[in-house]
Design a protein around this ligand. Structure first.
Ligand SMILES: NC(=O)c1ccc[n+]([C@@H]2O[C@H](COP(=O)([O-])OP(=O)(O)OC[C@H]3O[C@@H](n4cnc5c(N)ncnc54)[C@H](OP(=O)(O)O)[C@@H]3O)[C@@H](O)[C@H]2O)c1
Length: 322
């Protein structure tokens, strides 16, 4: 297979290279693209050194089996349609096309069937949304989800490599604030994205809208509070769910979570540092509130499960590899 990664030098791009290796995807040729300033950098894939190239329109007109985009919305909006026009399959990590009704928004374990005979641009959901719907899709199938209240504890890596450097510098005593609106070291920031007219942030709207689209149920009410915390890798979520059909015993919810693909249920307390670098969502601290409401703690590696691994899982389904 010939694969291209756009945004290869970024947090998600580098993780995509690693996941392709880890999942032993049979790649014959890998092309790596980034901005002009990274042109000439060398990255390694399966012990092979690959030179990063500047992204150009002409490069998108060539033939690939898959192009994986993770260079932000503006880059996707400009280059992904060109690649698709020239017959390429694009798996896009940005928010550019997620809510476009003609573009599938895919978590393969949940709605991978949308990929059957599909060609063109496929959208990868937001990191916080992916891990939440993975833990809840079986519960939704059985009991129907009415409402979700979720507070997120999102790692700085979710904002890219510059954000990681900013936390590291602040921890080293430097007084710089550029990626985040306030100091993130030793702090929490209860705002990700921009505040919209009704007070919810753009990041919170991603969770609201994408959850409904992926679970294909526009009656689900989602009330998120998205918070940035000084953790390098791994998003956590405190989730409270109300079901349409009473589940009565919490063991019924536990069973559905245990039946969910790529989700691990645990009786231990799971924290982000323990699961960074893995490809599963971890559910712990499950508890009953009443016969139709329950709460749990949900943790996953945002760069892998929330971005790179989901994209490679899409690729593998489309390539007939899983
Ligand atoms: N981090 C996450 O948890 C996460 C999760 C889900 C989705 N996403 C999405 O994935 C995308 C990338 O995120 P990230 O965290 O990997 O960001 P990042 O670490 O900041 O990396 C950005 C990448 O995009 C490249 N890039 C920037 N401007 C470009 C341009 N004009 N032309 C070509 N390449 C350009 C950068 O190249 P240079 O190195 O040359 O600057 C770098 O490779 C974003 O859309 C983000 O919303 C991220």
């Amino acid at each position: 297979m010939k694969i291209g990664i756009v945004g290869a030098t970024g947090e998600v791009g580098r993780a995509m290279i690693k996941v392709l290796e880890d999942f032993k995807v049979p790649v014959k040729e890998l092309k790596l693209f980034a901005s002009k300033k990274s042109s000439g950098k060398i990255l390694t894939f399966n012990d092979e050194k690959i030179i990063v190239e500047e992204l150009t329109e002409d490069a998108m007109k060539l033939k690939y089996d898959f192009l994986l985009f993770s260079a932000g919305s503006d880059v996707s909006k400009k280059f992904a349609p060109i690649a698709a026009k020239y017959g390429n399959i694009v798996i896009d990590n940005s928010s550019a096309f997620r809510m476009n009704k003609d573009i599938p928004l895919v978590v393969p374990e949940i709605n991978g069937y949308l990929l059957n005979n599909y060609k063109g641009i496929i959208a990868n959901p937001n990191c916080s949304t992916i891990q939440m719907v993975l833990s809840l899709y079986k519960v939704h199938e059985k009991f129907g989800i009415d409402e979700i209240f979720v507070s997120t504890y999102q790692a700085v890596s979710g904002a890219g490599y510059k954000a990681i450097a900013e936390l590291q510098k602040q921890l080293n005593g430097e007084n710089i604030t550029s990626v985040f609106p306030k100091q993130i070291a030793y702090n929490v920031i209860p705002l990700i994205g921009d505040i919209t007219v009704d007070g919810f942030s753009t990041e919170e709207y991603k969770m609201i809208n994408e959850t409904r689209k992926i679970l294909n149920d526009y009656t689900i009410k989602v009330f998120p509070t998205t918070v940035r915390v000084p953790v390098f890798y791994g998003h956590s979520e405190a989730v409270v769910v109300k079901t349409k059909i009473p589940f009565k015993e919490i063991s019924s919810i536990e069973n559905e979570i245990k039946n969910s693909k790529d989700v691990i249920f645990s009786d231990e307390v799971i924290t982000p540092i323990e699961i960074a670098g893995t490809d599963y969502v971890y559910v712990s601290r499950l508890r009953k509130i009443d016969e139709s409401r329950f709460a749990f703690w949900n943790v996953a590696d945002n760069i892998r499960v929330g971005a790179a691994t989901n994209a490679i899982r899409i690729l593998m389904v489309m390539a007939g590899l899983s």
